[in-house]
Write a protein that binds this ligand. Sequence first.
Ligand code: MLT
Length: 406
Amino acid sequence: MLKVNQNYLKLPGSYLFSDIAKKVKGYKEEHQGQEVISLGIGDVTRPLTPTIIKALHDAVDDMADIERFHGYGPDLGYAFLREKIAEFDFKRRGCEVSADEIFVSDGAKSDSGNIQEIFAETCSIAVSDPVYPVYVDSNVMAGRTGTYDPASTRWSDVVYMPCTKDNDFVPDLPSKTPDIIYICSPNNPTGKALTRDQLQSFVDYALKNRSVILFDAAYEAYISDENVPHSIYECEGARDCAIEMRSFSKNAGFTGVRLGYTVVPKNLCDAEGNSLYALWSRRHGTKFNGASYIQQRAGEAVYTTEGQREIAGLVFYYMENARTIRNGLTSAGFTVYGGVNAPYIWLKTPDNMSSWEFFDYLLHKAQVVGTPGSGFGPSGEGYFRLTAFGSHKNTRNAVERIVSLA
Ligand code: MLT
């Protein structure tokens, strides 16, 4: 008898950003001609930089040449890109990661959703709360999360690590020992970045308890504080307990190009000595034919001197937006967090509005779209996320509109 994967039926509602897109579409259809500003999904708005565009064009030209044409690429990514990543993202920061421990992919979303496949269904997971919804949802799909309680919006088998104003949005160590710990720093959605000591305490905990940390560093380019590590491998012992995922989306504007990578150290094993590297290689080889040659050449260009200068310009541009939002909303009396080492601003909803009430209020009264904090987990209720990835003009206008309501 044909039967769907019953775990999928447990997922409440649709994916957060699809729900938002549907609401905004409905609003626009009913209010034609009104200009809606989106500071919702963290999608970049600046065009690709000249060095990247040239690399893309050159790679397309390669594909038109009989000598330089490329068909299927190597499973794990082209050496020309993996070597640059190892050198620039790790060796230069004193981290021991070799090129062949880097698995090139089409982005951190798919890697962070897929990586759980190499762990047993019986493994328990811990997530900071609020959290990027992909981590929990992909584990729901794999049957690891137990039952859902709509009243508390919690899954019975997930260990939540609440991040609230009381702990300054820094998760406490898990209350119950999990097998897998998801950490995203700088954090989506709160914008909080863990210091070296804070991250080291998670590494120490994972080593002591034989847990694995799945570390999402998609926003590392936004770190300005020297005391905040860009990679978990800056922490002692992390090679024995951590997998790291990275993206070219937020630093180099590749949300539409697609490119990312995951680092799985060769020495990383489960409790029975099975190599996680071997399993992820096997999974990659079976289910993935690689990011295209063209994407990977564009990724390589990110590491040139010009490429690095240009992407620093992108980060600077978006962080100006973060300042505009933080300063504008703070002066208007909002309680605002994040936006310092991260392109997300996390604000308390005013007048005890729920996250979705505030979403509707802003959409209808100011035509500004943000992301309801409750969509990221139970501790996100009463909060709201704004992204700094808009244009300067839209960001200024959005802030003016929100402030005029206060
Ligand atoms: C977000 O808005 O949380 C991110 O853009 C989503 C993503 O990177 O997939």
